[in-house]
Design a protein around this ligand. Structure first.
Ligand code: ADP
Ligand code: MG
Length: 299
């Protein structure tokens, strides 16, 4: 699979803030990547560096296997990292015409991209009459005018109402389905879960997880168990090869797995050892629980 961007051991220090701390990841063509992290975790700084608007402290990144100079590579990148800013008294069409001039994109692209973001009917309305969601969609259309290889969005749904959020997410998924690679930064877990195939989790500038969103969701899970004789239950569980660690929570045992194990198989094993459970629940972490765990456990 073609590589769009490679980031190696990137650092950014602002005086005493280590905003980006040894970040490495790779972006492959056709995927949708999320940089997920709480506010202040270094998402915008990372995007600023790869877009050449923030100077890195150390480390490296290379666009398109380093085949192009950054300046030329960035012509194949569409990015929205600030609030959309267009001329308020000009129409959407007129604003995009100016952008076509700057980017050297053909004017036929304007209607095509306005249609893609659902603004074709409003192309002759002045920008100042647009809602925030429409402004954001116009910014996406503008970023797509020259058919970039990758679209980069920083917190694309910030400040929007639920309907606006949904429209933007639908558009991002649609653009991805047409083959454009996407990198978006978000502090919203459900946004990344709904829109992205891959995720880089950042906390205080440090990468805590990188991989597929599914890989993050599908750990082996854990059991909640209860039996009259809690001590023997624990002793017998400790001998099972699939069991990782055991915690006590009031009358229950919380049993974490290192390999997959079905509830029925565990129950059978325990009864063969003379243990009869009064309570058995298998739970899987949601991505949200994992995100909270990931972002709170790393000190
Ligand atoms: P995020 O986008 O994840 O919210 P940022 O990349 O904006 O995070 O910020 C990461 C850290 O770097 C924060 O602690 C922020 O205060 C700091 N920071 C960002 N830009 C600057 C700057 N220009 N000068 C000083 N500190 C900055
Ligand atoms: Mg930010």
């Amino acid at each position: 699979m073609e590589t769009i961007l490679t980031i190696n051991n990137l650092h950014k220090k602002f005086r005493h803030v280590h905003a980006v701390n040894n970040v490495s990841f790779e972006i492959k063509k056709g995927n949708v990547y999320g940089i997920l992290g709480p506010n202040g975790s270094g998402k915008s700084t990372t995007l600023g560096i790869i877009l050449n608007v923030v100077n890195k402290t150390s480390g490296s990144y290379s666009w398109f296997n380093g085949d192009l100079e950054t300046h030329d590579a960035l012509k194949k990148v569409g990015a929205i990292i600030e609030r959309p800013n267009f001329y308020p008294y000009m129409t959407a069409y007129e604003n995009l015409k100016l952008v076509c001039g700057i980017k050297g994109a053909p004017l036929e692209k304007i209607d095509e991209k306005l249609e893609l973001v659902g603004l074709l009917e409003r192309k002759d309305s002045k920008f100042k009459t647009y809602s925030l969601g429409m402004k954001q969609r116009l910014a996406i259309a503008s970023a797509l005018l020259n058919d970039p290889e990758i679209l980069i969005l920083d917190e694309p749904t910030n400040g929007l109402d639920p309907q606006g959020i949904r429209q933007i997410r639908d558009i991002i998924r649609h653009i991805a389905s047409l083959g454009t690679t996407i990198l978006l930064a978000s502090h919203l877990l459900d946004e990344v879960e709904k829109v992205c195939s891959h995720v880089v989790v950042l906390r205080k500038g440090v990468v805590l997880y990188t991989g597929t969103v599914n890989g993050m969701i599908s750990n082996e899970g854990f059991f909640e168990l209860e039996a009259n004789d809690k001590q023997s239950l624990k002793t017998i569980l400790q001998q099972h090869p699939a069991i990782d660690k055991i915690e006590e929570n009031e009358s229950k045992l919380i049993v974490y797995l290192k390999e997959s194990l079905e509830a029925a198989d565990l129950n059978k094993y325990l009864s063969s050892q003379g243990i009869y459970l009064s309570h058995l629940v298998k739970r899987q972490y949601s991505l949200e629980e994992q995100f909270i765990q990931l972002t709170s456990s790393a000190k």
